[in-house]
Design a protein around this ligand. Structure first.
Ligand code: OAD
Length: 247
């Protein structure tokens, strides 16, 4: 199948009643100017995400880790949702069985108006107390750019504040896992803009497939395993084309 035929075959599965679950990664925000973690432009001062987004790195050098998040927060604050975010937001309003599971912490899906977003890795706009003085699940929003103080402090105990994201080696929030589990009972699962290297997110599509969903990967450099159809292309272009055929 050529790309156009592949797109047609996915669109043929669209209906207002069909249950679609979309799993997104950093590639969806690439056209908004937010760098991906891996590949060209993914590095910050030659650090890899795996070296910075860990509890150990934070304990060792909270300021450097916060500088990385501050850099990303500034880029994201200046960015706007792109066509990929907009199409998914539109589908979320039209399809009652639509769920979006995103690994992105940038909030661009929400800014585009998407309903039913599961934030698998948390949010860069939330902070939490490192010592969990407000309880392990307590987080607060802080959208100030730049943050007035690096590293920021907990407003309650003045201890170190941490970004409200999931780091390597940390578990996914149990409620988030449960909601994602439910969303994997779907008819179609699109895997968009993710390298599918970081688990457990990378394993979500395989679960949906075991349960009978049709899995489609959309990525200019596809690499996910266990998919039924690969569309090698940019999220903003492929989703835009799909949307123009649907409506
Ligand atoms: P990666 O940076 O690992 O992968 C981005 C993917 O997007 C690559 O496969 C690119 O080929 C693809 N890509 C680039 N431009 C694209 C475009 N315009 N349209 C579609 N795809 C495009 O990002 P993630 O898979 O999201 O974790 O990374 C997974 C996790 O690793 C992140 O959530 C983050 C990171 O460390 C945490 O923060 C815990």
């Amino acid at each position: 199948m050529n790309p156009e035929e592949s797109i047609d075959s996915v669109v043929a599965r669209w209906s207002a009643q069909a249950r679609w679950t979309v799993v997104t990664g950093a590639g969806v925000s690439a056209a908004s100017g937010v760098p991906t973690f891996r590949g060209a432009g993914g590095l910050w001062r030659s650090f890899r995400a795996e070296e910075l987004a860990t509890p150990e790195a934070f304990r060792r050098d909270p300021r450097t880790v916060w500088e990385w998040y501050e850099w990303r927060r500034q880029l994201i604050a200046a960015a706007a949702p792109n066509r990929a975010h907009e199409v998914l937001a539109d589908w979320s309003r039209r399809q009652s069985g639509f769920t979006l599971i995103t690994q992105n912490v940038d909030g661009l899906h929400e800014r585009a108006g998407t309903r039913n977003v599961i934030r698998f890795h948390g949010s860069i706009w939330e902070l939490g107390c490192l010592e969990s003085c407000r309880g392990p699940a307590r987080r607060w929003n802080d959208g100030r750019v730049p943050l007035p103080e690096l590293p920021p402090r907990c407003p309650d105990c003045s201890g170190l504040a941490r970004p409200g994201v999931v780091w390597f080696g940390e578990p996914i929030d149990p409620d988030t896992l449960l909601q994602s589990e439910r969303a994997l009972d779907c008819d179609v699962c699109l895997v968009v803009g993710t390298s599918s290297l970081v688990y457990p997110a990378a394993g979500l599509a395989a679960v949906a497939r075991e349960r009978g969903a049709f899995i489609v990967e959309i990525n200019p450099e596809p690499g996910a395993s266990d998919v039924d159809l690969v569309i090698a292309g940019k999220a903003e272009e492929v989703l835009g084309r799909m949307d123009s055929l649907i409506h």
